[in-house]
Ligand binder design. Structure first.
Ligand SMILES: [Zn+2]
Length: 323
Protein backbone atom coordinates (compact mmCIF):
# COMPACT_ATOMS: atom_id res chain seq x y z
CA UNK A 1 0.00 0.00 0.00
CA UNK A 2 1.41 3.35 -0.91
CA UNK A 3 -1.05 5.94 0.39
CA UNK A 4 1.39 8.80 0.09
CA UNK A 5 2.55 8.17 -3.47
CA UNK A 6 -0.04 10.35 -5.16
CA UNK A 7 0.44 13.43 -2.93
CA UNK A 8 4.25 13.15 -3.19
CA UNK A 9 4.02 12.83 -6.95
CA UNK A 10 1.83 15.96 -7.17
CA UNK A 11 4.23 17.82 -4.92
CA UNK A 12 7.19 16.84 -7.12
CA UNK A 13 5.31 17.90 -10.21
CA UNK A 14 4.58 21.28 -8.64
CA UNK A 15 8.28 21.74 -7.79
CA UNK A 16 9.25 20.86 -11.36
CA UNK A 17 6.58 23.23 -12.71
CA UNK A 18 7.92 26.00 -10.48
CA UNK A 19 11.47 25.31 -11.61
CA UNK A 20 10.44 25.33 -15.28
CA UNK A 21 8.48 28.55 -14.77
CA UNK A 22 11.53 30.14 -13.11
CA UNK A 23 13.80 29.00 -15.94
CA UNK A 24 11.31 30.18 -18.56
CA UNK A 25 11.06 33.65 -17.02
CA UNK A 26 14.81 33.92 -16.45
CA UNK A 27 15.80 32.69 -19.91
CA UNK A 28 13.05 34.81 -21.47
CA UNK A 29 14.44 37.91 -19.80
CA UNK A 30 17.97 37.02 -20.96
CA UNK A 31 16.78 36.61 -24.55
CA UNK A 32 15.06 40.01 -24.68
CA UNK A 33 16.76 42.69 -26.77
CA UNK A 34 18.96 44.86 -24.62
CA UNK A 35 17.17 48.10 -23.91
CA UNK A 36 19.44 51.04 -24.47
CA UNK A 37 18.42 54.40 -23.06
CA UNK A 38 20.49 56.20 -25.65
CA UNK A 39 23.01 55.16 -28.24
CA UNK A 40 26.64 55.95 -27.37
CA UNK A 41 29.26 57.35 -29.70
CA UNK A 42 29.42 60.46 -31.84
CA UNK A 43 27.36 58.75 -34.58
CA UNK A 44 25.14 55.71 -34.04
CA UNK A 45 22.19 54.00 -35.67
CA UNK A 46 19.53 52.52 -33.45
CA UNK A 47 16.96 50.05 -34.68
CA UNK A 48 13.45 50.92 -33.53
CA UNK A 49 11.81 48.21 -35.58
CA UNK A 50 13.60 45.29 -37.23
CA UNK A 51 10.50 43.54 -38.53
CA UNK A 52 8.09 43.82 -41.43
CA UNK A 53 4.32 44.12 -41.70
CA UNK A 54 3.46 41.00 -39.67
CA UNK A 55 2.78 41.39 -35.93
CA UNK A 56 5.66 39.83 -34.07
CA UNK A 57 6.56 39.23 -30.43
CA UNK A 58 10.02 40.80 -30.68
CA UNK A 59 10.17 42.88 -33.85
CA UNK A 60 8.27 46.12 -34.48
CA UNK A 61 7.77 47.26 -38.09
CA UNK A 62 10.35 49.41 -39.83
CA UNK A 63 12.02 52.35 -38.08
CA UNK A 64 15.52 53.64 -37.29
CA UNK A 65 17.09 56.51 -35.39
CA UNK A 66 20.35 58.22 -36.22
CA UNK A 67 22.02 59.54 -33.09
CA UNK A 68 24.61 62.31 -33.32
CA UNK A 69 26.39 63.22 -30.09
CA UNK A 70 23.63 61.65 -27.99
CA UNK A 71 20.78 63.42 -29.75
CA UNK A 72 18.37 61.63 -32.10
CA UNK A 73 18.70 63.72 -35.27
CA UNK A 74 16.92 61.59 -37.85
CA UNK A 75 13.99 59.18 -37.88
CA UNK A 76 13.90 56.87 -40.88
CA UNK A 77 10.46 55.28 -41.24
CA UNK A 78 7.60 55.21 -38.78
CA UNK A 79 6.16 51.69 -38.93
CA UNK A 80 3.88 50.14 -36.34
CA UNK A 81 5.50 49.79 -32.93
CA UNK A 82 8.32 52.24 -33.59
CA UNK A 83 6.62 55.06 -31.68
CA UNK A 84 6.78 53.03 -28.46
CA UNK A 85 10.42 52.09 -29.16
CA UNK A 86 11.18 55.81 -29.77
CA UNK A 87 9.95 56.43 -26.24
CA UNK A 88 11.96 53.52 -24.82
CA UNK A 89 15.05 54.88 -26.54
CA UNK A 90 14.43 58.24 -24.82
CA UNK A 91 14.59 60.06 -28.12
CA UNK A 92 13.10 63.57 -28.29
CA UNK A 93 11.11 64.97 -31.20
CA UNK A 94 12.63 68.37 -30.35
CA UNK A 95 16.05 67.04 -31.45
CA UNK A 96 14.98 65.64 -34.86
CA UNK A 97 16.29 67.44 -37.92
CA UNK A 98 14.13 65.39 -40.29
CA UNK A 99 11.85 62.40 -40.70
CA UNK A 100 12.23 60.27 -43.83
CA UNK A 101 9.52 57.87 -44.98
CA UNK A 102 11.21 55.60 -47.50
CA UNK A 103 7.80 54.59 -48.90
CA UNK A 104 4.20 54.73 -47.86
CA UNK A 105 3.42 51.13 -47.00
CA UNK A 106 1.79 50.93 -43.57
CA UNK A 107 4.75 49.07 -42.05
CA UNK A 108 6.90 52.15 -42.78
CA UNK A 109 4.55 55.08 -42.33
CA UNK A 110 1.50 54.30 -40.21
CA UNK A 111 2.65 55.93 -36.98
CA UNK A 112 3.57 59.35 -38.38
CA UNK A 113 0.48 60.98 -36.79
CA UNK A 114 1.44 59.51 -33.40
CA UNK A 115 4.84 61.23 -33.53
CA UNK A 116 3.19 64.51 -34.52
CA UNK A 117 0.57 64.29 -31.79
CA UNK A 118 3.25 63.50 -29.23
CA UNK A 119 5.21 66.57 -30.33
CA UNK A 120 2.30 68.84 -29.43
CA UNK A 121 3.06 68.20 -25.76
CA UNK A 122 6.74 69.02 -26.26
CA UNK A 123 8.72 72.20 -26.72
CA UNK A 124 9.57 72.09 -30.41
CA UNK A 125 8.93 75.31 -32.31
CA UNK A 126 11.16 75.00 -35.38
CA UNK A 127 9.82 73.47 -38.59
CA UNK A 128 10.25 69.72 -39.04
CA UNK A 129 11.24 68.52 -42.53
CA UNK A 130 9.40 65.42 -43.75
CA UNK A 131 10.91 63.61 -46.71
CA UNK A 132 9.15 60.96 -48.75
CA UNK A 133 8.50 59.67 -52.26
CA UNK A 134 6.38 61.03 -55.06
CA UNK A 135 3.23 59.06 -55.87
CA UNK A 136 1.70 57.10 -58.71
CA UNK A 137 -1.78 55.77 -59.53
CA UNK A 138 -1.66 53.30 -56.63
CA UNK A 139 -0.01 55.43 -53.96
CA UNK A 140 -0.24 59.06 -52.94
CA UNK A 141 2.94 61.08 -52.91
CA UNK A 142 4.19 62.42 -49.58
CA UNK A 143 2.33 65.72 -49.95
CA UNK A 144 -1.02 64.06 -50.67
CA UNK A 145 -0.38 61.49 -47.93
CA UNK A 146 0.23 64.16 -45.29
CA UNK A 147 -2.79 66.14 -46.48
CA UNK A 148 -4.95 63.02 -46.23
CA UNK A 149 -3.71 62.48 -42.69
CA UNK A 150 -3.67 65.95 -41.16
CA UNK A 151 -4.92 68.35 -43.83
CA UNK A 152 -7.66 70.80 -42.82
CA UNK A 153 -11.13 69.85 -44.04
CA UNK A 154 -10.80 66.22 -45.09
CA UNK A 155 -7.74 64.97 -43.23
CA UNK A 156 -8.42 61.96 -41.01
CA UNK A 157 -6.59 63.66 -38.13
CA UNK A 158 -7.56 67.20 -39.14
CA UNK A 159 -7.39 68.26 -35.50
CA UNK A 160 -3.61 68.23 -36.14
CA UNK A 161 -3.87 70.44 -39.22
CA UNK A 162 -1.93 73.20 -37.46
CA UNK A 163 1.17 71.23 -38.44
CA UNK A 164 0.49 72.00 -42.12
CA UNK A 165 0.85 75.78 -41.80
CA UNK A 166 2.56 76.05 -38.44
CA UNK A 167 -0.40 77.77 -36.79
CA UNK A 168 -2.37 77.45 -33.55
CA UNK A 169 0.73 76.67 -31.53
CA UNK A 170 1.95 73.89 -33.83
CA UNK A 171 5.32 73.86 -35.59
CA UNK A 172 5.28 73.61 -39.35
CA UNK A 173 6.06 70.42 -41.21
CA UNK A 174 8.05 71.18 -44.34
CA UNK A 175 7.48 68.59 -47.04
CA UNK A 176 10.20 67.38 -49.40
CA UNK A 177 8.82 65.03 -52.02
CA UNK A 178 11.54 63.12 -53.85
CA UNK A 179 10.96 61.79 -57.36
CA UNK A 180 10.70 58.02 -56.88
CA UNK A 181 10.88 57.47 -60.64
CA UNK A 182 14.30 59.03 -60.82
CA UNK A 183 17.15 56.55 -60.90
CA UNK A 184 19.71 59.22 -60.07
CA UNK A 185 20.65 60.47 -56.59
CA UNK A 186 19.18 63.74 -55.40
CA UNK A 187 20.55 65.65 -52.42
CA UNK A 188 17.20 66.58 -51.01
CA UNK A 189 18.10 68.26 -47.73
CA UNK A 190 21.07 69.55 -45.80
CA UNK A 191 20.51 70.20 -42.10
CA UNK A 192 23.00 71.46 -39.47
CA UNK A 193 24.25 67.88 -38.89
CA UNK A 194 23.14 65.83 -41.90
CA UNK A 195 23.19 65.68 -45.68
CA UNK A 196 20.35 63.52 -47.02
CA UNK A 197 20.45 62.05 -50.51
CA UNK A 198 17.61 59.98 -51.92
CA UNK A 199 17.21 57.84 -55.02
CA UNK A 200 14.31 55.93 -56.55
CA UNK A 201 14.54 52.17 -55.98
CA UNK A 202 12.35 49.28 -57.13
CA UNK A 203 9.86 47.83 -54.62
CA UNK A 204 7.41 46.23 -57.02
CA UNK A 205 5.17 49.02 -58.25
CA UNK A 206 5.43 51.00 -55.00
CA UNK A 207 7.16 54.39 -55.22
CA UNK A 208 10.15 53.85 -52.93
CA UNK A 209 13.38 55.58 -51.95
CA UNK A 210 16.83 54.51 -50.90
CA UNK A 211 18.68 56.93 -48.64
CA UNK A 212 22.24 57.99 -47.95
CA UNK A 213 22.96 60.06 -44.86
CA UNK A 214 26.29 61.83 -44.53
CA UNK A 215 27.22 63.01 -41.07
CA UNK A 216 30.57 64.03 -39.65
CA UNK A 217 32.48 62.30 -42.46
CA UNK A 218 30.48 59.08 -42.13
CA UNK A 219 28.16 57.57 -44.70
CA UNK A 220 25.11 55.62 -43.60
CA UNK A 221 22.84 53.99 -46.17
CA UNK A 222 19.28 52.76 -45.83
CA UNK A 223 17.97 50.51 -48.58
CA UNK A 224 14.32 51.06 -47.71
CA UNK A 225 12.40 48.18 -49.24
CA UNK A 226 13.85 47.33 -52.63
CA UNK A 227 14.77 44.45 -54.88
CA UNK A 228 18.26 45.79 -55.54
CA UNK A 229 17.88 46.30 -59.29
CA UNK A 230 18.90 49.96 -59.46
CA UNK A 231 22.69 49.94 -59.92
CA UNK A 232 22.78 53.66 -59.18
CA UNK A 233 21.79 52.92 -55.57
CA UNK A 234 24.95 50.84 -55.15
CA UNK A 235 27.04 53.63 -56.67
CA UNK A 236 25.40 56.24 -54.43
CA UNK A 237 26.25 54.30 -51.26
CA UNK A 238 29.80 53.33 -52.29
CA UNK A 239 32.04 52.63 -49.30
CA UNK A 240 29.28 53.42 -46.83
CA UNK A 241 30.24 52.83 -43.23
CA UNK A 242 26.91 51.07 -42.68
CA UNK A 243 24.18 49.74 -44.95
CA UNK A 244 20.84 48.98 -43.31
CA UNK A 245 19.34 46.49 -45.75
CA UNK A 246 15.90 44.97 -45.90
CA UNK A 247 16.10 41.20 -45.63
CA UNK A 248 12.50 40.15 -46.09
CA UNK A 249 12.85 37.11 -48.35
CA UNK A 250 15.00 34.00 -48.56
CA UNK A 251 16.81 32.79 -51.67
CA UNK A 252 13.87 30.55 -52.68
CA UNK A 253 11.47 33.51 -52.79
CA UNK A 254 8.74 33.47 -55.42
CA UNK A 255 9.24 35.82 -58.36
CA UNK A 256 6.50 38.14 -57.11
CA UNK A 257 8.24 38.42 -53.69
CA UNK A 258 11.61 39.01 -55.31
CA UNK A 259 10.17 41.91 -57.30
CA UNK A 260 9.60 43.60 -53.94
CA UNK A 261 12.65 42.55 -51.91
CA UNK A 262 16.24 41.58 -52.67
CA UNK A 263 17.12 37.91 -52.32
CA UNK A 264 20.25 37.10 -50.22
CA UNK A 265 22.35 36.67 -53.37
CA UNK A 266 21.34 40.16 -54.47
CA UNK A 267 22.08 41.58 -51.00
CA UNK A 268 25.56 40.03 -51.02
CA UNK A 269 26.28 41.31 -54.52
CA UNK A 270 25.06 44.81 -53.71
CA UNK A 271 27.04 45.06 -50.46
CA UNK A 272 30.19 43.66 -52.11
CA UNK A 273 30.05 45.88 -55.19
CA UNK A 274 29.36 48.96 -53.08
CA UNK A 275 32.20 47.95 -50.73
CA UNK A 276 30.14 48.84 -47.68
CA UNK A 277 31.96 48.33 -44.42
CA UNK A 278 29.14 46.91 -42.34
CA UNK A 279 25.86 45.32 -43.38
CA UNK A 280 22.91 45.38 -41.00
CA UNK A 281 20.17 42.96 -42.05
CA UNK A 282 16.75 44.18 -40.97
CA UNK A 283 13.05 44.14 -41.99
CA UNK A 284 13.13 40.48 -41.05
CA UNK A 285 9.94 38.54 -41.62
CA UNK A 286 9.08 34.97 -40.55
CA UNK A 287 9.95 33.67 -44.03
CA UNK A 288 13.43 35.23 -43.91
CA UNK A 289 13.96 34.55 -40.20
CA UNK A 290 13.37 30.82 -40.82
CA UNK A 291 16.40 30.69 -43.13
CA UNK A 292 18.65 33.31 -41.54
CA UNK A 293 21.79 31.17 -41.33
CA UNK A 294 21.44 29.83 -44.88
CA UNK A 295 20.83 33.36 -46.16
CA UNK A 296 23.83 34.76 -44.30
CA UNK A 297 26.00 32.04 -45.84
CA UNK A 298 24.78 33.06 -49.31
CA UNK A 299 25.42 36.74 -48.54
CA UNK A 300 28.93 35.93 -47.27
CA UNK A 301 29.76 34.09 -50.50
CA UNK A 302 29.92 37.49 -52.17
CA UNK A 303 30.38 39.94 -49.31
CA UNK A 304 33.32 39.60 -46.92
CA UNK A 305 32.55 42.57 -44.66
CA UNK A 306 30.86 42.57 -41.27
CA UNK A 307 27.26 41.32 -41.15
CA UNK A 308 24.91 41.92 -38.22
CA UNK A 309 21.31 40.80 -37.83
CA UNK A 310 19.15 43.60 -36.45
CA UNK A 311 17.01 43.39 -33.36
CA UNK A 312 14.81 46.05 -31.88
CA UNK A 313 16.69 48.74 -29.94
CA UNK A 314 20.04 47.44 -31.15
CA UNK A 315 22.51 50.30 -31.25
CA UNK A 316 25.28 50.30 -33.86
CA UNK A 317 27.95 52.84 -32.98
CA UNK A 318 30.02 53.81 -35.99
CA UNK A 319 33.75 53.60 -35.42
CA UNK A 320 35.51 56.92 -35.12
CA UNK A 321 37.89 57.68 -37.92
CA UNK A 322 41.51 58.42 -37.17
CA UNK A 323 41.97 62.09 -37.65
ZN1 LIG B 1 8.25 46.96 -45.61
Amino acid sequence: MQPDRQPRSQSSTRRIDKLLAYLFVTLGAMASPSVSAKCPGPVSVQVLGSGGPIANNTRASSGYLLWVNSKARLLVDAGGGTFARFGTAEARIEDLEAIVLTHLHADHAVELPAYLKSAWFGERTQALPLIGPSGNLEFPGLTEFVQQLIGPGQGAFRYLSGYMAGTSGYFKTTLYESDADSREPETILTTPNLTLTTIGVTHGSVPALGLLVEVDGKRIAFSGDQNGDNPQFGKMIAEADLLVMDHAVAQDAEKSEAELHARPEEIGRLAAEAKVKHLLLSHIMPRSEAQLSESQAIIKDAYRGKVTVAEDLLCVALPQKNR
